[in-house]
Design a protein around this ligand. Structure first.
Ligand SMILES: [Zn+2]
Length: 206
């Protein structure tokens, strides 16, 4: 459990470096058991977060331990943990390029970069709902499947993973993909790899 929090702190530092957390935006969590998880507190700059800042809450959002108040987005984290038994870490950021796609209500095409296609595990565009609301949690569940990244319209992105490291790499790759897609637009637009080319990359065991 201690290591799980350390992993989250490391992810927060990395994501802060790529502009994921304007002011006190964003939140991070890791599942402890079937009915409780650690989540970042409300009102803290995530680039400065330390392990002791995390708040443990149960499946009803009740605080079990920790000194601050849980993130206002706790219901969204809970909804994902309930729906996705494979997920143990959730990172929510407002990285600029992914958020640009979220504002335009468009998904960057993972087929533009083989690493993105393989590592992200799909991106789902989530219809706009008030941040922190139960309605937003419901919209995320409507996505179905097992996407690695949820893009929240007019808001930001959520990356999920079996570990904080997996979620971090998915977020970093998705942000990089969004940036490259926008840059490629300036020179005529990216050209997606074919299914055969993507399969070939996957078979290489990368
Ligand atoms: Zn947000």
């Amino acid at each position: 459990m201690i290591e799980q929090k350390a992993e989250l702190v490391r992810a927060a530092r990395r994501l802060d470096e790529i502009g994921g957390f304007t002011a006190t935006d964003g939140n991070l969590s890791t599942r402890i058991s079937s009915n409780s998880f650690w989540i970042s507190p409300a009102g803290v700059e995530k680039g400065e977060i330390v392990e002791d800042d995390f708040v443990q809450i149960d499946e009803n959002g009740r605080k079990l331990s920790g000194r601050g108040e849980p993130s206002t987005e706790w219901a969204v984290h809970l909804a994902i943990y309930r729906e996705r038994e494979d997920i143990y870490a959730i990172l929510h950021t407002h990285t600029p390029h992914l958020t640009a796609f979220a504002a335009a209500r468009k998904i960057p095409d993972t087929a533009l970069l083989a690493e993105a296609e393989l590592a992200i595990g799909g991106i789902c565009l989530v219809p706009y709902a008030l941040p922190g609301s139960a309605a937003l949690a419901e919209q995320i569940i409507f996505c179905g499947g097992n996407p690695g990244v949820y893009l929240l319209e007019n808001h930001g992105a959520i990356a999920v993973g079996k570990t904080a490291e997996e979620a971090l790499h998915r977020m970093e790759r998705a942000e990089f993909l969004a940036k490259v897609t926008l840059l490629a637009e300036k020179i005529g637009g990216g050209i997606p790899l074919s299914k055969a080319q993507l399969q070939q990359f996957q078979q290489q065991g990368r």
